[in-house]
Design a protein around this ligand. Structure first.
Ligand SMILES: C[S@@+](CC[C@H](N)C(=O)[O-])C[C@H]1O[C@@H](n2cnc3c(N)ncnc32)[C@H](O)[C@@H]1O
Length: 262
């Protein structure tokens, strides 16, 4: 993955839509809240969701880390929630970790199923994993980003970089974690986001600029990104027409929560 400049201000524009999968993910963790003493949030972003874990788990020490210094600069530590810059690929759960959460991160990491398997292997019995990844690669918006990245106008800088890695289906994550002596609960949800059109920018473009387009923006820079955005907007106008000032944007996400067996 190329260097990606994350922009917390852009990311949180759709904070409530982005929060819902996190809430629904963590709700499926079956541990007694008082029994959870140590939590790691891998790829915590700006940290507001990490901090929400302190309410659900009143006795836990919580660490959120993220590879983006800009995201960590936004995160607000408390007496029980700490933040640090760090890379998920070199993370392994400590022996006392009770819960590893990773929301909308692993799709950025090549070969992430292997990494997830490593985490599961390291977990102590009765510890929990809770992972959510977007499963929207085949959506018209994401197909358009890939196809335009292959266009000769931009392909010299974009080949391979606009690709977040393929994610597994729920059954794939369930099989992976069962093989690592976990009891998985895996599912998928397609959210139908109601995006308001504000100003001239297509709302799906605004959504994509918070996440999927970060590598494209970084690679093309302010000189060439506007041309790419204009071409993408033409595709989005056709695939997600704006009616009555808003757009319905379906977004599939894949979830897996698992407890390590004794
Ligand atoms: C879509 S945001 C999700 C942030 C947060 N988990 C949330 O749910 O709001 C993806 C985050 O993954 C982080 N990220 C991407 N690759 C990473 C890696 N290898 N290690 C740690 N964080 C990573 C990005 O910096 C970004 O903050």
């Amino acid at each position: 993955m190329a260097f990606v400049q994350w922009d917390p201000a852009v990311y949180v524009r759709r904070a409530s839509e982005r929060a819902r999968p996190f809430v629904e993910l963590v709700a499926r963790v079956g541990a007694e809240p008082e029994a959870v003493r140590s939590i790691t949030d891998v790829g915590c972003g700006p940290g507001h969701l990490t901090v929400s874990l302190a309410d659900r788990y009143p006795l836990a020490r919580i660490t959120g880390f993220d590879s983006s210094p800009a995201m960590i600069a936004e995160a607000r530590a408390t007496d029980r929630v700490h933040f640090a810059v760090g890379d998920a690929t070199s993370y392994r759960p400590a022996p006392d970790t009770d819960l590893v959460v990773s929301n909308a991160v692993l799709q950025w990491i090549d070969g992430h199923p292997g990494l997830l398997g490593d985490w599961a292997r390291q977990l102590r019995p009765d510890a929990w994993l809770a992972v959510q990844v977007p499963g929207n690669r085949d959506a018209p918006s994401h197909v358009a980003v890939r196809e335009l990245s292959a266009d000769p106008r931009w392909s010299d800088r974009l080949t391979g970089i606009a690709e977040s890695g393929p994610v597994l289906d729920p059954a794939g994550y369930a099989a992976l974690l069962t093989a690592e002596h976990c009891e998985p609960d895996a599912w998928e949800t397609t959210y139908l986001h109601d995006l308001d059109a504000e100003g001239d920018v297509h709302p799906v473009l605004t959504w994509l600029e918070g996440t999927t387009l970060r590598p494209v923006i970084a690679a093309l820079g302010p000189g060439d990104y506007p041309g790419f955005a204009a071409a993408l907007t033409a595709r989005l106008d056709a695939d997600y027409p704006i009616g009555d000032g808003h757009v319905w944007y379906p977004f599939r996400r894949v979830f897996v929560v698992a407890r390590k067996r004794r």
